[in-house]
Design a binder for this molecule. Structure first.
Ligand code: BES
Ligand code: MN
Ligand code: ZN
Length: 503
């Protein structure tokens, strides 16, 4: 997808396959719609009262309007004017991009980002437009046949019409949105790939490929079982042992600060830790068969780290980021963990495994201990960690847990800025009691209640050395049902957070 900005007062003379103009639900035309209405002798006014109610995200296509050069004018519903927000704007851009992609158009022109919204900048709105277009044109075809492949969207370019004074800021937003989209594309495809293809080895190779493609900015190191044993990651190893598929521990390094020689303050890097369970059958605590296929998505945390690294390399902001990915399968076998087993983590703390399906925290805890060596300024782990988080927050917000208010606020703000929102959850000491074990320093599951919180409490035992936050993306990383597929979240949140840190 390609974007450009253009400034024009003669909208009706634009040559394009589709021109998007916004209409508010109260029957109020946006300035662009007003202009087209006048040029076409009231063609818009005549439909908005009857055929088009301008519900948010609704579209109505008008073809061959007299006095208008665009082949199609796409009326995009903006909802009520008083309720128009950054989220509404993102939905409107999404509706237009979806229309263009669905109609197999090659390009379109949008006037939506130019509409002012309180507490938002043209840069934010242009970024949202680019992300929306990237989502509309995403197409998974890695494992589908030729006929399906012909349905791939043709949309290559959307031009945004903005004020001349705002052009430079809009361009910046479009560039950021494109990089975020490209990152999301990688995240979605890794998530959608089946477990028999997207193995820990495959993730390791993807990391190496990132390093090859962005030689000066990204370095990758891929550790195997022997090296992980030498590090003493007894908890991670215990999960990996249940499968014949070899484990990988991936270390990615993005060096933007050194590359741009902008060493203002010598802060430690920001470390992103992604859960990389390429298939989670539950182990001996086997999951039920229904929808078990969705457990191929249990590496979406890892995939969001990879996607964020791709976006980082494309934008090259001045900061240093480390990515850590413990990757393995969680299967039942003669070598798998058994309920009651006690393992020793890299931190030295012993863990009683009461449920082998609570494996995410078992692989993450060793990665969190490994993170200490970077003397990080912040560590953020991203994991499809608990079904309980889906119960609590559904698919709207990712669950955010943090011991550091500044870090938590920065992540929440980045989520709001990119419509990739998170909701802060509690992480009080009172919940830690639920993790008491009679036979080890800690149990890997809590007593009933607050499952997403006790999972975060477990992780917090391994994060004392740095400011830390945990994102539970079990409800947001993919959609189930007929629209089954990875969403690319929370790449926008993570990337926006990192961009905000670099500025
Ligand atoms: N990968 C799952 C979490 C999950 C479940 C994500 C459903 C998305 C949808 C995780 O490894 C898991 O199995 N968690 C258990 C923890 C429990 C045994 C304490 C869960 O949530 O049921
Ligand atoms: Mn599990
Ligand atoms: Zn899992």
């Amino acid at each position: 997808m390609e974007f450009s900005t253009q400034t024009t007062a003669s909208l009706h003379q634009l040559k394009t396959a589709a021109l998007a103009v916004g209409v508010y639900a109260d029957g109020v035309l946006s300035p662009a719609a007003e202009l087209i209405d006048r040029a076409s002798n009231g063609a818009l006014q005549s439909v908005i009262k009857t055929e088009f109610r301008a519900r948010l995200g609704a579209t109505l296509v008008l073809r061959a309007l007299p006095g208008v050069t665009a082949q199609r004018v796409v009326l995009v519903g903006l909802g009520k004017q008083a309720e128009y927000s950054t989220r509404a704007h993102a939905s409107a851009e999404q509706a237009f991009a979806n229309y263009c992609a669905g109609a197999q158009l090659a390009e379109g022109v949008s006037t939506l980002a130019a509409l002012p919204i309180e507490h938002s900048t043209i840069r934010d709105r242009a970024r949202a437009a680019a992300i929306a277009a990237g989502q509309a044109t995403y197409y998974y075809d890695a494992t589908v046949g030729k006929t399906e492949r012909d349905a791939r969207p043709k949309l290559k370019k959307i031009t945004q019409i903005v004020d001349r004074a705002e052009t430079a800021q809009a361009q910046l937003g479009l560039r950021e949105g494109t990089a975020i989209s490209n990152g999301m594309e990688l995240t979605r495809t890794l998530g959608n790939l089946p477990g028999n293809i997207c193995t820990p080895t495959y993730l390791g190779e993807t990391a190496r490929k990132l390093a090859r493609n962005y030689k000066t900015l990204i370095k990758a190191e891929v550790l195997d079982r022997k090296q992980v044993e030498a590090l003493g990651m007894g908890s991670f190893l215990s999960v990996a042992r249940g499968s014949d598929e070899p484990l990988r521990f991936i270390v990615l390094r993005y060096n933007g600060k050194t590359a741009t020689a902008k060493k203002a303050k010598d802060n430690g890097p920001i470390v992103l830790v992604g859960k990389g369970i390429t298939f989670d059958a539950g182990g001996i605590s086997l999951k039920p068969a229904a929808t078990m296929d969705e457990m191929k998505y249990d590496m979406c945390g890892a995939a969001s780290v990879m996607g964020t690294f791709r976006a980082l390399a494309e934008l090259a902001p001045a900061l240093d980021v480390v990515g850590l990915i413990p990757a393995c399968e969680n299967l039942p076998s003669g070598k798998a963990n058994k309920p009651g087993d006690v393992v020793t983590s890299m931190s030295g703390q012993t863990i009683e495994i009461l449920n082998t399906d609570a494996e995410g925290r078992l692989v993450l805890c060793d990665a969190l201990t490994y993170a200490e060596r970077f003397k990080p300024s912040a560590v953020i782990d991203i994991a499809t960690l608990t079904g309980a988080c889906v119960v609590a927050l559904g698919s709207v917000n990712s669950g955010l847990f943090s011991t550091d208010d500044t870090l938590a606020e920065a992540l929440l703000a980045a989520g709001r800025q990119t419509q990739d929102t998170a909701w802060r959850m509690p992480l009080e000491d009172a919940y830690q009691d639920q993790l008491k074990s009679n036979f080890a320093d800690i149990a890997n599951i809590g007593s009933p209640g607050a499952g997403a919180v006790t999972a975060a409490c477990f992780l917090s035992r391994f994060t004392k050395a740095y400011p830390w936050a945990h994102l539970d993306i079990a409800g947001t990383a993919w959609r189930g049902g007929k629209d089954k597929g990875a969403t690319g979240r929370p790449v926008p949140l993570l990337m926006q957070y990192l961009l905000n840190q670099a500025n």
